[in-house]
Design a protein around this ligand. Structure first.
Ligand SMILES: Nc1ncnc2c1ncn2[C@@H]1O[C@H](COP(=O)(O)OP(=O)(O)OP(=O)(O)O)[C@@H](O)[C@H]1O
Ligand SMILES: [Mg+2]
Length: 260
């Protein structure tokens, strides 16, 4: 939504709730999506506001990764709307979405280039800028966030531990200077003390830089506690939404995920 459209809506005395919808960073409206022959997401509606930390939890196969792929445009929805700052992004080239909206997707399984060095992987994350000085400054910033990467910048990414690789994938995502950082199960295959460090860093990025975070996790304790708001996904649908800590106490989460 362009600024003047929001202004026009204000002038037309739209209800307050509609106005806040117009200014949302990311909004999905009744999105259905999937792969050839299978429907995975059904009527998914959700939003992320500027600077918000939003978590999505759900068990295996719930459609969490498909959701992130649908936002970044590698999976195209069958119906529904995906809007970034009010502008529709469905059907746009995923590379343009990255470039123009600065939505960074840290994918499940990290997908680093294993034979390339940490430095080279990180530099690829900054592909949207040619400004060398800016890239170097950004590199210094991510290395400060993850000092382990500075120590290992010449090591090939594939020879690092699971936790180090995850740090590298997140740092590569941050090289873009994202407005929205989407992370798909950063705790997967990472030892618990490193997971805690990664989460601390995510909170820092969100609070200090104001980067909105959309975190997909099976590890519901951590992710719900950290989140401003959260959604629970079950078989491709949003089964519940609310403040993270509230959801952790909810009947649905206690029964379905905590076995209580
Ligand atoms: N590339 C694909 N082609 C066809 N079906 C797929 C593809 N990727 C995922 N699916 C199917 O879509 C459904 C949802 O998968 P998805 O990976 O989005 O779930 P998830 O919530 O991320 O699960 P997990 O917690 O295991 O990562 C599953 O039934 C899966 O088999
Ligand atoms: Mg997944």
């Amino acid at each position: 939504m362009k600024k003047n459209e929001t202004e026009a809506a204000k002038a037309a005395n739209y209800p307050e709730e509609d106005l806040s919808r117009l200014s949302r960073l990311l909004r999905l409206e009744k999105v259905s999506s999937g792969y050839e022959g299978t429907n995975v997401l059904s009527d998914v509606s959700l939003y992320v506001d500027k600077g918000e930390f939003v978590s999505i939890v759900g068990s295996n196969g719930a459609g969490k990764s498909t959701l992130l792929r649908t936002i970044s445009g590698t999976v195209r929805p069958r119906s529904g709307e995906v809007r970034f700052e009010g502008r529709p992004i469905v059907g746009r080239d995923p590379a343009d979405v990255v470039r123009e909206c600065r939505i960074s997707h840290v994918p499940e399984g990290r997908l680093l280039f294993p034979r390339m060095t940490v430095y080279q992987n990180l530099m690829l994350g900054a592909f949207t800028t040619r400004n060398k000085k800016r890239k170097e400054e950004r590199l210094a910033y991510v290395m400060e966030l993850f000092p382990r990467l500075a120590e290992r910048s010449r090591q090939s990414a594939g020879t690092m531990s699971g936790g180090e690789q995850q740090m590298c994938a997140i740092a590569r995502g941050l090289m873009l200077e994202p407005r929205l950082l989407m992370l798909d199960e950063p705790s997967l295959g990472v030892q618990p003390n490193i997971v805690a460090r990664i989460y601390e860093t995510l909170e820092k990025i969100n609070k200090q830089e104001g980067i909105a975070v959309l975190l997909v996790e099976q590890d519901i304790h951590h992710s719900l506690r950290m989140a401003d708001r959260a959604y629970v996904m079950q078989t491709g649908r949003i089964a519940a939404e609310g403040r993270g800590a509230e959801l952790l106490e909810s009947e649905l989460v206690r029964k379905a995920y905590l076995g209580l």
